[in-house]
Design a protein around this ligand. Structure first.
Ligand code: GLY
Ligand code: MN
Ligand code: MN
Length: 438
């Protein structure tokens, strides 16, 4: 993806919003910096919607799209040589306008003074409210300021629209430049998972494997994780959001790793589960083969025209049959599915949208109808089986937690697995870890 393509893409996205809002005004702020402790901040991450439309990565920035005039206006921090010596370079309005293709750019300090004029006599305000009370108050302040001018013949926007809906729908279907970045992010994460498999030995700690993942992400330019890495040995794999990552890895246990890097604002999200000692035992092999078959059944449903729940329903059927076979649940297959008895061992959905956010925006259901898949949508396919130790669970199956997760783009004739570079067949995993085939 070249910088020029990127600029053109973002301009086209802004044009699409402008065309959609008629003579309304859309206003979108980026994220605030967040203090971690005392005067240290968390690594800065821009707001996804804001970056999708602007490409601008500095904090303290607001984008205004003025429908009537068709102008894209950026408010951002001013140049400040003294601060820049301490905190790093800033574009400043003039350079930002040039570099990112805005029609106008102003210092962020002028936002409150200029907004009432930009909103005067415009039909509607499109904005995101409810995330941040300080921002909400600020937006209402602009509206009050416009209304205060009513005796001068100025009218305030009479409609307030949630800008989320429009942007969520745009982001749900990825364009070629987004898919290009997502493939790169997936490739880096695939390398990291392979590195982790190669490094794992009994007696190591979960954090040592986490370090291998982070090293591989970072050395390919992916400086952040897309979400906190889960490196869960043995029984820890049955805790869905386990992030302590501090336990010892035992011979005979499985290791579940759910980790993905963020690259240029786009997430990847891969889970692999493999034996700490490189060889699956019989029960682990059974459960693993079943989860893999469930994933294959789910993947077969990922194609244009399929309905959102199809992959999940297909995965549940395979997993529930496995649970019956192992004596974890009793009854008929349809009965176990209908009663939800399988949820004791498979309690999450089989996937989610993936994009700039790991659990990306976009409706799953609207107007009472499940979303149909169309080319360009990206989703995860991630069935699992989590068997907590209990008296009614056969001993060989206790504390087995397995998930297999890939990132998938819907194509015109089916799907493409972005994360195919990470081994998941039993024979391939054992080969990679021990140098010997199944
Ligand atoms: N890593 C978060 C998820 O798989 O949904
Ligand atoms: Mn996921
Ligand atoms: Mn995941």
């Amino acid at each position: 993806m070249t910088q020029t393509n990127d600029l053109a893409q973002r301009r086209a996205r802004r044009q699409a919003v402008l065309a959609g809002i008629g003579d309304g005004v859309a206003v979108l702020a980026t994220s605030a910096e967040v203090v971690r402790n005392r005067d240290s901040h968390y690594p800065y991450r821009f707001d996804s919607h804001f970056h999708y439309l602007s490409g601008f990565a500095e904090p303290e920035a607001v984008l205004v799209l003025h429908g009537q005039s068709g102008r894209s206006i950026l408010f951002c921090r001013e140049k400040d040589p003294e601060r820049e010596i301490w905190d790093g370079r800033r574009y400043g309005p003039d350079a930002a306008r040039e570099a990112f293709g805005f029609d106008e750019a102003w210092p962020i300090a002028e936002l409150d003074r200029r907004m009432p004029d930009l909103l005067a006599d415009q039909s509607a305000l499109h904005v995101i409210l409810g995330d941040d009370p300080v921002w909400d108050r600020r937006v209402l302040g602009w509206l009050e300021a416009v209304r205060a001018q009513v005796r001068n013949g100025v009218s305030a926007p009479s409609a307030l629209h949630d800008l989320r809906k429009r942007l969520d729908a745009m982001r749900l279907v990825k364009d070629a430049s987004e898919l290009d970045v997502m493939q790169k992010a997936a490739d880096i994460s695939a390398l990291a998972h392979q590195r982790a498999m190669r490094a794992t030995r009994p007696g190591m700690h979960e954090y040592e494997i986490e370090a291998e993942l982070l090293y591989e992400f970072c050395r390919h330019g992916a400086r952040s994780v897309a979400y906190n890495s889960i490196v869960a040995g043995g029984a820890n794999a049955c805790i869905l959001h386990y992030v302590d990552n501090n336990a010892r890895l035992n011979d005979g246990d499985l290791l579940l790793i759910d980790a993905g890097c963020e690259l240029a604002g786009y997430a990847s999200d891969i889970t692999r589960t493999f034996p700490v000692n490189g060889r699956f035992d019989a029960a682990q092999r059974d459960v693993y083969a079943c989860v893999l078959a469930a994933q294959a059944a789910a993947l077969a449903c990922v194609k244009p025209g399929a309905s959102w729940p199809d992959p999940h329903d297909a995965a549940v059927r395979v997993l529930a049959q496995g649970m019956l076979d192992w004596g974890l649940v009793q009854g008929s297959l349809d009965g176990v599915i209908e009663s939800g008895a399988y949820k004791r061992f498979y309690m999450h959905r089989t996937g989610h949208w993936l994009g700039m956010d790991v659990h990306d925006v976009g409706d799953y259901r609207s107007g009472g109808q499940w979303q149909n898949l169309v080319p360009g949508m990206v989703l995860t396919v991630e069935p699992g089986c989590y068997i907590q130790a209990a008296d009614d669970v056969p001993p060989a199956f206790r504390n087995i937690g397995i998930r297999i997760e890939d990132d998938v783009v819907v194509t015109a004739d089916g799907h493409h697995v972005l994360t195919a570079g990470t081994p998941k067949q039993i024979v391939d995993i054992e080969q990679l870890m021990t140098g010997q085939g199944g």
